[in-house]
Design a protein around this ligand. Structure first.
Ligand SMILES: C[S@@+](CC[C@H](N)C(=O)[O-])C[C@H]1O[C@@H](n2cnc3c(N)ncnc32)[C@H](O)[C@@H]1O
Length: 289
């Protein structure tokens, strides 16, 4: 049975061309389109082909092979960017009740007093803004800290939305009225725009995790609902890299369906109410001294 969608059959993409496009995307971004996602790929690629006014899959292959902008345009149409504010609240509870108080105690007498958190695969910004709200609400004197929240994604489009920081009332439904008032201002068009006091805590940058570069050490790394799109091999490589980028006793937050199991790293699983997070074991450091 053909794995091509009806759209693909009518737009002139062969199975072979689709396989080449899949390999091209996987090679550059690490994003895997296995059997279960072939229909999705075929559907999106055909729509993109029509949208670009191209006749055949080979035309598209030539285009994306010759131009980074064309490759990025196709990639944008293949990304899944589902996200929300305080998605899986138990994770933020763990951050506020366990992780931040622990870091606060550990670092309070440091000079400078700094906190670095990375949201890797931040999509349209809901995750890093939720992290920033949690930090500002948990630290006793946030202004006395150098708080740096780095938010990266492969998608330029998602980052543009994130940087603009404008959301509908519905998107902000999980915030309390006090949080809405403290961190967002209503716009004339009935939306809400993030206030500078929150926006200024976050640095947004485009970054492909499959070509990750070292950006220093972090106290916490969030990489939630991103690794599920990668091969086992890339997933394990990234978890090892995250481990290297964590401060001693730093924390890694993965998605529900993601684990460090096959990465062979010293990350201690910690269950806090309904959530599982990982802490970089200090043993690793002592052993390597
Ligand atoms: C489903 S969203 C998850 C958003 C957020 N972390 C959350 O859990 O709500 C997945 C995000 O990963 C990004 N992504 C996919 N492949 C990537 C890659 N190779 N490098 C960086 N980001 C990537 C997508 O653009 C998308 O914004």
């Amino acid at each position: 049975m053909s794995s091509l969608s009806n759209d693909a059959k009518s737009t002139g993409i062969s199975e072979h061309e689709l396989a080449e496009i899949r390999l091209f995307i996987e090679g550059r971004s690490g994003i895997l389109f296995d059997e279960s996602r072939t229909r999705f790929l075929s559907d999106r690629v055909s729509k993109h082909l029509k949208h670009r006014g191209l006749a055949r899959g080979t035309d598209l292959l030539r285009l994306i092979g010759g131009s980074n902008a064309e490759y990025e345009a196709l990639l944008e149409s293949l990304l899944t960017q589902e996200t929300s504010f305080f998605r899986y609240p138990a994770i933020y509870e763990a951050l506020q009740k366990r992780v931040l108080p622990e870091l606060h105690g550990k670092k309070f007498w440091h000079n400078p007093r700094s906190l670095r958190i990375w949201s890797a695969g931040c999509s349209t910004g809901e995750e890093p803004y939720s992290i920033a709200i949690s930090v500002l609400e948990t630290l006793e004197f946030p202004e006395a800290w150098n708080i740096e929240i780095l938010a990266t994604d492969i998608s330029r489009h998602a980052l543009d939305v994130a940087q603009r920081g404008q959301y509908s009332r519905r998107a902000l439904a999980s915030l309390t009225p006090e949080q809405l008032d403290a961190y967002f201002a209503a716009t004339a068009g009935g939306q809400y725009r993030v206030k500078p006091r929150l926006r200024n805590r976050i640095t947004f940058a485009q970054m492909n995790l499959a070509q990750m570069v070292y950006m220093g050490r972090f106290d916490c790394i969030f990489c939630r609902n991103v690794l599920i799109y990668f091969s086992d091999e890339l997933r394990a490589t990234l978890i090892r890299r995250f481990h290297e980028c964590l401060e001693p006793d730093g924390y890694l937050f993965l998605g529900h369906a993601e684990s460090v199991a096959k990465a062979n790293v010293d990350l201690e699983p910690i269950v806090i109410s309904d959530s599982l997070i990982y802490r970089k074991s200090v043993r690793t450091l002592q052993e390597s001294l």
